[in-house]
Design a protein. Sequence first.
Length: 524
Amino acid sequence: MNDRSKLPAYIFGGGLLLGILGDALLRAGPWGINLSLWILALVAAVLFLAARHQVEGTPTLPWPAILAVLFALGFAWRDAPGVKAFNFVAMIACFTIWVLQLEGARARTWGVLDYVRGMANSAAAAAAGALYLTKSDVRLAAAPQSTWLRYGRAAALGLLISFPLLFVFGGLLMAADAVFEQIVTDVFDFDIEEVFSHGVLTAFFAWVVWGFLLLMLRVSRPQLGDLQVERPALGVIEVALPLALINLLFLTFVVVQLRYLFGDASLVEETVGLTYSEYARRGFFELVVVVALVLPLLLTAEWVLAEADERSKLTFRLAAGVLVLLLFVIMISAVKRMMLYQSVYGLTEQRFYATAFMAWLAIVLGWFAASVLRGRRGAFATGAVIAGLFVVGAVNMMSPDAFIAELNTTRALEGEEFDGLYAASLSGDAVPTLVAALPQLSEDDRCVVAHRLLDRWTPPLETDWRTWNLGRARAWQAVERSSAQLADWACDPTPEPEEEPVPSPVPDSPPVSDSLPVSDGPSR
């Protein structure tokens, strides 16, 4: 059946149902299986309506939609906030690719600006929402044969007219009879603020879904333009000279790194007055930022020279190739710094995610050399996005918090420094690992970790199925199984405040000393 005139009505009804479902599921937090189910319902709605109305250009089983659902399922799998943030970004990227697929062009030809345009169009559609349902070419009235829709509009108008009348006459009758007033009061005894919040949340989700469905089903496509930017009138000298100077700067830095990082700790301490671990800590995040900033610089330089002659392009590729090689050495330096710092202080979430980001940058730089520097610029953006999705998938598989807990407890067993308070503050993904390692930790560390685990992960009396998450469920189960042992080990790590001495009362008149004789009267 391919009756396009009925499609807007189905979009309106589907958006309203998904809005109600969004309010029912997503108002409960933290997000877990509720977000997974809602994203699954959204994707299913698009595929169902596209198949029912034979919408051209919408694949029956698009891989971006499948990946979006898989990353949404990550919210029900991992409990770590960082992993959820990675999954959310990956999910948005998948929806952007799905939107771009509708344009018919092959993914390997999409550039960076195409992805930006896809996100911009998706955001515009979500913001426009139901406004496009009112356009003359897609208005709901385009389905005159839909009897239920005609009756629905009439009933809605009738309700709008009835509400003020019922309010006025109901108020008068309540004022006239106390029993009737009590009945009405009992019937409408609800929290108006909660009802309002449900209405607002339902309307928000419905509005966003309407816009997304209109975009995906080709009923209306809000466009923000092609986002084409005019190239500046710059030649090879203006582009290659800054790259050459940056290469010189990076080469100097690399030479310094070869001396210090492949030397010993005494060389660093004598030269800069820092311990080896302080030296490592100071440099890692700065080097990550350096690599992250150079990549868009190289892309911009290549774009400026895209229409230059072959000699100019060759000059750029040589300068960029040298810069990429130096960046790889800088990344090796950054990784060595991280390994060094981790060997002294252990691993944290911030260090783990920065390292994962560095891994993605390394893949992207390699892909930049294989694509852009070989004259295949169009393939770069899609390869970078796929690399990002791959890294996010690998992060999910690793379970960062469990990995951090295992590595840090292993270090503790080897006699290294261990921060029990930090370990116990990790998400539920780390709890089974910590519980298993507790018997082997020192007494002080067991005290701190056991106390914190009991405080955070004792199973609640009531749970909301909408927020179910495998990581949290495993954490509650691990603590519940070992609750008696944890209670024996636990102690309050907060130091007792010292009692201040109570000041003695100050008398109104100085006391008489016992060591002095008491006079019987005035002396003569």
